[in-house]
Design a protein around this ligand. Structure first.
Ligand code: ATP
Ligand code: MG
Length: 593
C-alpha cells in the first residue's frame, strides 16, 4: 500500500479534532463490543462443561441468561458504534466538502475550463463519499477487526499452543490467499466499471441531445453505437462476474477448511483428554468468529486503496492555487469610476487536461496591445466580429483573468491591487450567456440573498420597467424559472440579469449583449432597462445591435484582438471613411455576424 501515512494522519487529525469526544466514544464502544464478543464463547464452554458433567440446573440457567444478555448487549453496542461512526464521518466529510466547494468557487476560470463539472462533482461528492465510508468504517472494521482477530488468536493460545498455532497459521494463509485472488480479480472489476462509465456517458449525452439526434436523422447511428457498446460490455461483465464468484467460492472453501482444522485439532486433543468438550466447542466457535473480521478486512483494504486515490485527488485540488492573487487592499472610491486599459495583451493558456496529452499547442492570443479608456459615467460601445476578443476584454476588466502584459485600471487603481470581492462588488459583468437558476424569479434576481426584500426587488424591477412583466407571470415573483421546459427566452434571461445587476448597484457595468435576435416587445423592454441601468455609471457594452451603438458615447472596433478604430461615436459616425460609418451604412448585422 502506498498510502502517505503522514499526510493521511494530518488530514484525519484536522477533520476529526473538532469532534474528539465522539471519536473517544466510538473507540470505547468498539473496544467494549469486541470484549463482549470474545467473552461469550467462554460462557458457552462453561455451560457445556457443566452440562456434560451433570452440574446443577441453576448454574446452567444462569449461564444461558448471561450468554443471551451479552449477545444482545454486544448487538446494541455495535448499532451504537455504527451510529457514532457515521455521525463522526459525515460531520468530518461535510466540513471537507465545504472546504472543497469554497476552494473550487475561488479558483480562476482556467481551472474550471480544464475540469469539467462532472469531474468536480466526482471530486467534491464521489471522492469525499469514499473517504467518508472509509472514515466511518475504518475504526470499526479495520482497527476493530484486527483487534478482534488478535484477541481470538491470543485466547486460543492461552487454551493450548497446539490449538493456537494451527489457527494462527490458518489466519495468515487465508489472508495471503484471499489477497492473491483479489489481485487477479481487481483488473476485471476495474475494466467493468470503466466500461459502464463509458456506457452511461454515451447514453446520457444522447438522451440530452435527443432533439438534435432525431431532427438530424442520427437515430440509426446512435443505435449502432449503442449496440457496439453493449456488445463490448458483455464479455467484460461476464469476466468480472466470474471473478467475483471465484472470490466468493474461495472464501467459502477456505473457511470450511478452517472449521475442519478446528474440528481436527479439537477432536484429537479431546480424545487425549487434554481439553474438555466445552473447549472443543470454544475452539470451533472462535474459528467461526474469524470469518467475519477477515472478510470485512479484505473489503476494507479495497476501500483503503480507493480512499487513498480519493485523498490524493482531494489534496491535489485543495493544493491548486488560484491564478488570480487576491492580496490587494486598495479600495475603489465611490461614484462612477473611469476604466482604462493600457497596452493590454492577453492569451488564453492552452488546456491542461489531466489525463492524456495536453490539448492544443500554443496559447491563443485573444487581445494584442489594446489601449482604451472609458471616462467615468460614459458608455463605450465595443464592436467586432465573432471571435475578435470582445468577451475576453470584458473578462479582463472584471478580472476573471489577469492580462499578461499591460494594465487594467478601474478608478485609478490597478485591478490587481484591489481585493477581488471588493472589485466584483463595484464592477459587474453581465455575460452573454446568462445563468438562470432553477428557482423563483425572486431568488434569481436577488441571487439567494435573503436580506434583499421583495419591496427592494420590485422597486428595482420597477425602475427598469420590468415590474409589469414580472407581475404578469403566472405567480409573479414566485414563478419558478429555469432551463429546459420552464425556460426563459434569451431576452427574458437578460432582463433578469439586468435586474440582478441593478440591485447590486455597481459603479462599472460590462454588458455582453446576447447576440440572439429578440422579439420587438422584449427588445423594447430591454432597451429601456439598459438605459436605466447605465445611467450615471461607467459602462462597456459589447454591442450586437444598432440601437446599442446609438446609445454609446464612444465606440471601439476590435478585429482579431486588436483595436481597429476608436473614438467618439458622433465623430466616427460623421466621418464617411470610418469603419463605424461603413458598418452603420451596411447594417451592422451583415458585417459583424
Ligand atoms: P463573440 O462575438 O462570438 O462573442 P468575442 O469577440 O466575444 O466573440 P472572445 O470570446 O473574446 O470573442 O474570443 C476571442 C478569442 O479567444 C477567440 O479566438 C476564442 O477562440 C478564444 N477564446 C475565447 N474564450 C476562450 C477560452 N476560455 N479559452 C481559450 N480560448 C478562448
Ligand atoms: Mg463574446
Amino acid at each position: 500500500m502506498r498510502l502517505p501515512w503522514r499526510e493521511y494522519f494530518g488530514f484525519l487529525v484536522r477533520y476529526l479534532r473538532p469532534q474528539a469526544r465522539w471519536v473517544a466514544l466510538l473507540a470505547a464502544l468498539v473496544l467494549v463490543t469486541i470484549g463482549l464478543r470474545l467473552a461469550n464463547p467462554q460462557i458457552l464452554r462453561q455451560f457445556i462443561d457443566v452440562a456434560t458433567s451433570g452440574g446443577p440446573r441453576s448454574e446452567l440457567i444462569r449461564g444461558a441468561l448471561l450468554f443471551f444478555g451479552i449477545a444482545v448487549l454486544a448487538q446494541l453496542l455495535s448499532v451504537a458504534a455504527t451510529y457514532v461512526g457515521e455521525t463522526v464521518a459525515w460531520t468530518a466529510t461535510n466540513a471537507l466538502r465545504l472546504d472543497l466547494l469554497r476552494h473550487a468557487l475561488h479558483l480562476d476560470p482556467t481551472f474550471h475550463k480544464d475540469h469539467s463539472p462532472g469531474q468536480l462533482i466526482e471530486r467534491i461528492d464521489g471522492d469525499v463519499a469514499t473517504l467518508s465510508n472509509f472514515l466511518s468504517r475504518f475504526t470499526i472494521d479495520v482497527v476493530g477487526n484486527a483487534i478482534l482477530i488478535a484477541g481470538i488468536v491470543a485466547l486460543l493460545f492461552r487454551e493450548d499452543w497446539r490449538i493456537g498455532l494451527p489457527i494462527l497459521a490458518f489466519v495468515v494463509l487465508t489472508v495471503w490467499i484471499l489477497g492473491r485472488i483479489r489481485k487477479v480479480a481487481v483488473p476485471h472489476w476495474t475494466a467493468y466499471r470503466k466500461q459502464m462509465a463509458e456506457f452511461f456517458g454515451f447514453v446520457g449525452e444522447r438522451l440530452s441531445g435527443t432533439e438534435d439526434v432525431r431532427a438530424n436523422g442520427g437515430v440509426p447511428y446512435v443505435m449502432r453505437r449503442f449496440f457496439d457498446l453493449v456488445r463490448k460490455l458483455y464479455p467484460v461483465r461476464l469476466r468480472s462476474g466470474i471473478a467475483g464468484y471465484g472470490m466468493w467460492m474461495a472464501n467459502v472453501a477456505l473457511f470450511t477448511f478452517g472449521q475442519a482444522i478446528a474440528f481436527g485439532v479439537g477432536a484429537t486433543l479431546w480424545r487425549a483428554s487434554i481439553i474438555t468438550l466445552g473447549t472443543v466447542y470454544l475452539v470451533f466457535y472462535y474459528t467461526d468468529l474469524l470469518h467475519g473480521p477477515i472478510s470485512a478486512m479484505r473489503e476494507q483494504i479495497t476501500d483503503l486503496q480507493r480512499a487513498e486515490a480519493g485523498l490524493r485527488r482531494i489534496r491535489a485540488m485543495l493544493g491548486t492555487p488560484s491564478k488570480l492573487q487576491d492580496d490587494g487592499r486598495e479600495l475603489l472610491p465611490s461614484g462612477a469610476l473611469p476604466v482604462v486599459l493600457d497596452r493590454v495583451t492577453f492569451a488564453y493558456e492552452p488546456s491542461q487536461t489531466q489525463d492524456g496529452p495536453p490539448a492544443g499547442g500554443d496559447p491563443v492570443v485573444a487581445l494584442r496591445d489594446v489601449t482604451l479608456d472609458v471616462p467615468a459615467g460614459t458608455t463605450l460601445g465595443l464592436l467586432g466580429r465573432t471571435g475578435s476578443g470582445k468577451s475576453t476584454l470584458a473578462r479582463l476588466v472584471a478580472r476573471l483573468y489577469d492580462c499578461q502584459e499591460g494594465t487594467v485600471k478601474v478608478g485609478e487603481c490597478n485591478v490587481r491591487d484591489v481585493g477581488l470581492d471588493h472589485l466584483r462588488s463595484r464592477v459587474r459583468l453581465v455575460s452573454q450567456e446568462v445563468q438562470v437558476f432553477r428557482a423563483s424569479v425572486r431568488e434569481n434576481v436577488r441571487l439567494f440573498d435573503p436580506s434583499i426584500s421583495d419591496e427592494a426587488i420590485l422597486a428595482a424591477l420597477g425602475e427598469l420597467g420590468l415590474r409589469e412583466w414580472v407581475l404578469a407571470l403566472p405567480s409573479g415573483l414566485d414563478a419558478v424559472v429555469g432551463t429546459g421546459e420552464a425556460g426563459l427566452s434569451a431576452g427574458q434571461g437578460q432582463l433578469l440579469a439586468l435586474a440582478r445587476t441593478f440591485l447590486a448597484d455597481p459603479a462599472v457595468i460590462i454588458l455582453d449583449e446576447a447576440s440572439s435576435r429578440l422579439d420587438p416587445a422584449t427588445e423594447a423592454l430591454l432597451e429601456h432597462a439598459v438605459d436605466r441601468l447605465l445611467a450615471g455609471r461607467t459602462a462597456i457594452v459589447i454591442a450586437h445591435r444598432l440601437s446599442t451603438v446609438r446609445r454609446a458615447d464612444s465606440v471601439a472596433i476590435l478585429e482579431a484582438g486588436e483595436v481597429l478604430e476608436r473614438g467618439k461615436r458622433e465623430v466616427l459616425a460623421g466621418d464617411p471613411t470610418s469603419h463605424l460609418s461603413r458598418l452603420l451604412r451596411t447594417g451592422m448585422e451583415e458585417v459583424l455576424v
